[in-house]
Design a protein around this ligand. Structure first.
Ligand code: HEC
Length: 132
């Protein structure tokens, strides 16, 4: 095989690999089920997460509206999104979500999300935080 042909083949292969790794995340199928099972009990209109922060996540619109202080999702930028930072444990332990530290307001009653679940949120935000 000539070097040019080899190069073209490698490019095609890496494009395929990339698309397989960066699969498209769906809000309805991937993100919302995690929010509902791990967060909704405290972040609906009657419970402490909502009462203390104003953050409800019973709909896509509510998630995008954020807390009393503003948005927690910046489409395209996980590292600027406090929603991502609190679940990826990149903040002070007091505000990790779900709260699993003894110093948290909701004092250690939750469990951290798995790495795979955190990655679902990272990709969803990076891909534009769509209502898809
Ligand atoms: C045991 C109850 C509880 C659970 C479960 C819970 N939260 Fe919270 N959350 C709170 C409380 C209380 C606050 C407000 C006080 C605080 O910031 O610690 C809060 C605040 C927040 C904030 C605002 C943080 C800030 O100050 O900017 C975000 C974002 C958040 N939660 C996301 C989540 C997500 C996402 C989940 C699920 C993965 C989750 N929470 C699960 C109780 C909970």
């Amino acid at each position: 095989m000539t070097p040019t042909k080899w190069f073209t083949l490698c490019l095609a292969a890496s494009a395929l690999l990339l698309s397989a790794c960066e699969s498209k995340v769906s809000y309805t199928e991937d993100v919302q089920p995690i929010l509902f099972s791990a967060c909704l009990s405290c972040h609906n209109k009657d419970s402490e997460g909502y009462l203390n922060s104003g953050f409800s996540l019973d709909s896509y619109e509510a998630v995008m509206k954020g807390t009393n202080f503003g948005a927690v999702v910046v489409p395209g930028s996980p590292e600027s999104s406090s929603l991502y930072l609190v679940i990826a444990q990149k903040t002070a332990p007091e505000i990790h979500m779900p709260p699993h530290s003894d110093v948290a307001l909701a004092d250690g009653r939750g469990f951290p999300l798995s790495e795979d679940q955190v990655e679902v949120f990272r990709l969803w935000i990076e891909q534009g935080a769509l209502n898809n």
